[in-house]
Write a protein that binds this ligand. Structure first.
Ligand code: XBP
Ligand code: MG
Length: 261
């Protein structure tokens, strides 16, 4: 038995492949627009995703460069400028239709709403990026579909710190076992688990080979019933996606799995 009353959605990598299709390309655009020769290829960006927060990621990368400004203050100012440029480019890419929702996301969101469950956004990306993505895909009234929207500006410590999840629980007035988090990355899973919330993991492009522990289910995406652990029975009709019943059944079992082993 379980008493799940809310789905807590991560944004980057979970709702959309934002890192692959949006943020990395926008960071490179920001470097170019600022007249800098810096570029992050996919491999380097994959390493940098260990650092949560775009501004923090730029500052971290500067420490390994010979051509970054010398003082802490100059670096801070440049990182702030580059991050603002990056977010502007990201918003443009999203509005140009270059970042789609991952398949299966919209169906589960709709299904949860019809079943009377609440949904919340729990991300540590900037609010402007969430607004751009969901404004395009759910319309200008997107905020009404979520009982809480926690973003990077709302917390002092970003994921893997549990602060964003704890704030969501407080806003929803729910206990951790009344919620299920949907996360794609080790840091996101760690954040939810540190708040004692069960997590299901539709792996994203960048984290397909990461080691993920202590999820209630791990699989390739919400669009398919294949490849999940614990396994799902095959679809009976044409629709092969992960359903709300599947999510609730995984939570009821509440055994945790790891990606490997
Ligand atoms: C994702 C992040 C973000 C994005 C970039 O956090 O680490 O930093 O990569 O967005 P989450 P910003 O998984 O919690 O959504 O530049 O706005 O930080
Ligand atoms: Mg994520």
């Amino acid at each position: 038995m379980n008493d799940i009353q809310a789905l807590l959605w991560d944004v980057d990598g979970t709702l959309a492949e934002t890192e692959r299709d949006g943020h990395r390309v926008a960071f490179n655009q920001a470097f170019e627009d600022a007249g800098l020769p810096w570029r992050w290829d996919e491999a380097r960006y994959g390493e940098l995703l260990a650092i949560t927060g775009g501004r923090e990621r730029i500052l971290y990368d500067m420490r390994e460069r010979g051509d970054a400004p010398g003082t802490g203050g100059e670096r801070e100012a440049l990182a702030r400028d580059l991050h603002a440029r990056k977010n502007r480019s990201y918003g443009e890419f999203v509005r140009q239709g270059r970042v789609s929702l991952r398949p299966g996301v919209m169906a589960l969101l709709d299904e949860a709403e019809q079943a009377g469950l609440r949904s919340a956004i729990v991300t540590t990306t900037s609010r402007i990026n969430v607004d751009a993505l969901l404004g395009v895909h759910l319309g200008p009234q997107w905020r009404r579909r979520f009982a809480a929207v926690v973003c990077g500006e709302d917390v002092q410590s970003k994921k893997p710190d549990p602060q964003a999840y704890l704030l969501a629980l407080q806003t929803l007035d729910l206990g951790p076992l009344q919620c299920v988090a949907i996360e794609d990355s080790p840091g996101g899973v760690a954040a939810a688990r540190a708040a004692e919330i069960p997590v299901i993991v539709p792996l994203s492009a960048y984290f397909a080979h990461a080691t993920i522990d202590a999820a209630v289910a791990i699989g390739p995406g919400l669009h398919t019933r294949d490849g999940w652990r614990p396994s799902l029975r095959p679809a009976t009709g044409a629709d092969d996606r992960v359903t709300l019943d599947d999510v609730l059944a995984w939570c009821a079992e509440c055994d945790t799995v790891s990606q490997f082993g």
